[in-house]
Design a protein around this ligand. Structure first.
Ligand code: GLA
Length: 673
């Protein structure tokens, strides 16, 4: 049980939903600040993040402080009734820090220093950087802890830095001592008898710097964990300073969804609530689906509690190769998708579009063309709608289905020199998620160590690494009546990325009733024939494309749900179901295309006794989510769609215009919009 459950930690402000933006007044003359506040009011904005990149303005030279401008900004915002998420500016140290203390700068795996002139140029293991970050955090917390505008704290920005320098090497060794206790254990964990990599002193150990050939997977995995832990400790250091000055307001930081560089389960555990940045790609029609999965991760990171969409774009971003602008209406759809999936607020990057600097082509609430613009009008209309939906704040998004996800497993699964680079964790995650999304089923993405009792179905799309203790939890879960669906290349490695000997997945062999002896990546597609459930699918809909496994059933009650139809595995099982205790465990030993996989996933949903909100499936671009007795129907596409609904919303067919939304209340049958 963590601190939030005990009700000890401050929580997100709950007088309705939050609606806001990053506000960077230092880029604009002070005379324009009162107009900004007026425009915020007009847009219905009630929260702004301030100070996130203001280090050089606050401390223009070492030890010289200038807070007058920030005092003025906070006072103006307070007078205007706008709450502040006050940031520590530690993501972008000023040039003087890097110039005077080059050890604060990160060094990449090739040994090159990353210089100032952009942002993020700090080395998470640098004692000097940590000292400077602590000093400015202390100054800010001390000065503003009791300022009436401050309603939450925002530590740094999108933590994710990595450094391979000598100071990081020392910190890495200390971390390894802690984790493995002795050098012998490090050698054992990393399997250093391979290629004569054995270490005889701690000093020989380095971060995985650029080497002539493939690196050691154990070393690489541990360095990822170490880097993630360093970033969590940076967060914790600043949070603890803030906490000493302010015990009332929540502290958090903005995450980046399925960001590869950091274990967010560890970071989330240190925050008072989860905050995330999500940027839908308007140039990719399916982007909203990854958005939905990301929002479901945000709930899972916070044990099902509401979270905050800390950053999103009103229209185009500037960092994709081709920055497609949002269609009219898409700003609203993207925001409401987050609200439907548990966000208690939606914020944009940023309030006013920058006229200079690296992000001058990034959209904002107030474009360079001003407030008499489509984007501002759409943002303001959304602000009004968010106020109307205020009753949803704090409500939950009940989910009976969990997808297990683990950063260590992702890192290990996608290390170099694996059987097939074409089998990708995130692609498998989405492949298993899409059938659930298409039927309006709520899902939570959780860690393998989570309590699973509240779920009726648990999916492991491609969980390469599974600890023995977590395998035991899964077996107990199935024995107790739970349903488990395990995807290919799962549960085959331990915490050190060492493969299990024996038939795979050895650690779940009994519960699955099936094991394999060879992973067989495919050079060409192979048909898979589904036996049960009887699915009448086109041959193309059932071809494994990149992955197959040579499996054999050994459980006495194991059913074969699909078998390979051709090639060396012809007639051998591709998917199975095995009764185990009071539950059932399913296994899929191939990458199946959506129609075939959907048929298996939905059969598992049925076996788990889960009520399906949209049994006939939703149109491709439509999302349906239920939160707090309210159903959100969102059309992410540019064509009009109709959705057939079961009777509990008092209506059977709903028509959604392009980028249209319907918000229905189950209790009152009221259509909000
Ligand atoms: C991230 C950062 C912001 C800004 C936006 C641009 O979310 O946190 O500072 O750079 O990206 O999309």
């Amino acid at each position: 049980m963590n601190k939030q459950h005990l009700g000890l930690a401050p929580v997100m402000p709950r007088e309705g939903l939050l609606f806001g933006a990053d506000y960077n007044p230092e880029q604009w003359p002070r005379e324009s600040w009162p107009d900004d506040v007026a425009l915020m009011q007009e847009a219905g904005i009630n929260l702004v993040t301030v100070g996130v990149f203001s280090w050089a303005q606050l401390e223009p030279a070492e030890g010289q402080w200038n807070f007058a401008w920030l005092d003025e900004v906070l006072n103006l915002l307070h007078a205007g009734g706008i709450k502040v998420s006050l940031a520590t500016p530690t993501a972008s140290p000023p040039p003087w820090l890097g110039k005077k203390y080059p050890q604060t700068l990160p060094v990449d795996a090739d040994g090159h220093t990353l210089w100032y002139g952009s942002r993020n140029q700090f080395n998470p293991s640098s004692a000097k950087y940590r000292e400077a970050a602590a000093t400015i955090t202390e100054k800010i917390a001390e000065r503003y802890a009791h300022h009436p505008a401050v309603s939450m704290w925002h530590v740094g920005n999108e933590l994710g830095q990595i450094s391979y320098d000598d100071e990081s090497a020392c910190a890495f060794r200390r971390w390894l001592m802690d984790r493995h206790t002795s050098l012998d254990e490090v050698n054992r964990a990393w399997g250093t008898t391979f290629w004569s990599q054995q270490y005889s002193t701690w000093e020989e150990i380095l971060p995985p710097r650029k080497a002539p050939y493939i690196g050691n997977p154990g070393q690489e995995l541990d360095f990822k964990r170490f880097t993630s832990d360093q970033l969590v400790s940076l967060y914790r250091a600043e949070r603890d300073i803030i906490r000493r000055h302010d015990s009332r307001h929540p502290v958090t930081t903005n995450m980046m969804g399925f960001f590869h560089g950091m274990d967010y389960f560890d970071l989330a555990a240190e925050t008072d609530f989860v905050a995330n940045d999500w940027y839908t790609d308007p140039g990719d029609r399916a982007s909203w689906q990854l958005g939905a999965l990301t929002h479901d991760l945000c709930r899972g990171l916070g044990d099902g509690r509401p979270w905050l969409l800390m950053e999103s774009a009103t229209s185009a971003v500037n960092w994709r190769p081709h920055n497609v602008a949002k269609e009219p209406g898409a700003l609203r759809i993207d925001a409401l998708s987050a609200v439907a999936r548990g966000a208690d607020g939606v914020c944009f990057f940023q309030f006013r579009q920058s006229a200079f600097g690296a992000e001058r082509f990034h959209s904002a609430v107030v474009p360079l063309a001003g407030a008499k613009t489509r984007v501002f009008r759409e943002a303001a209309a959304l602000g009004a709608e968010m106020a109307q939906l205020g009753h949803l704040a704090g409500s939950s998004v009940p989910s009976r289905i969990a997808i297990l996800f683990d950063w260590s497993s992702w890192w290990a699964a996608e290390s170099a020199a694996r059987p097939s680079a074409a089998l990708k964790v995130m692609e498998q995650m989405l492949a298993y998620y899409r059938p659930l999304l298409r039927h309006g089923l709520n899902v939570e993405v959780v860690h393998p160590g989570s309590a699973l009792e509240r779920f009726d179905l648990v999916l492991l799309p491609n969980l390469f690494l599974l600890a023995q203790e977590h395998a035991t939890v899964l077996k107990d879960y199935v024995a107790g009546g739970g349903h488990l669906l395990v995807g290919p290349f799962s549960a085959v490695a331990d915490e050190n990325a060492k493969l299990a000997t024996g038939r795979f997945p050895e650690i779940l062999a009994d519960v699955l009733g099936v094991t394999g002896e060879e992973w067989l990546p495919l050079a060409e597609p192979v048909p898979v024939i589904l036996t049960s459930p009887a699915a009448h699918l086109d041959a193309n809909d059932t071809q494994a494309r990149v992955w197959s496994e040579d499996l054999e059933v050994h459980g006495s009650n194991t059913r074969t749900l699909a078998y390979f139809g051709w090639g060396r595995l012809a007639g051998k099982p591709a998917a199975t179901a095995n009764p185990w205790g009071a539950g059932e465990a399913w296994y899929v030993g191939a990458d199946l295309p959506s129609p075939a996989l959907e048929s298996l996933v939905m059969a598992a949903v049925g076996a788990a006794g889960i009520d399906v909100p949209v049994p006939q499936g939703l149109p491709e671009d439509v999302e349906a989510v239920e939160r707090g007795g309210t159903l959100f129907l969102l059309n992410h596409g540019s064509a009009t769609c109709s959705v057939e609904l079961p009777g509990r919303y008092g209506t059977t067919t709903i028509t959604l215009p392009p980028f249209g939304v319907k918000v229905l209340s189950q209790k009152t049958n009221r259509v909000y919009s």
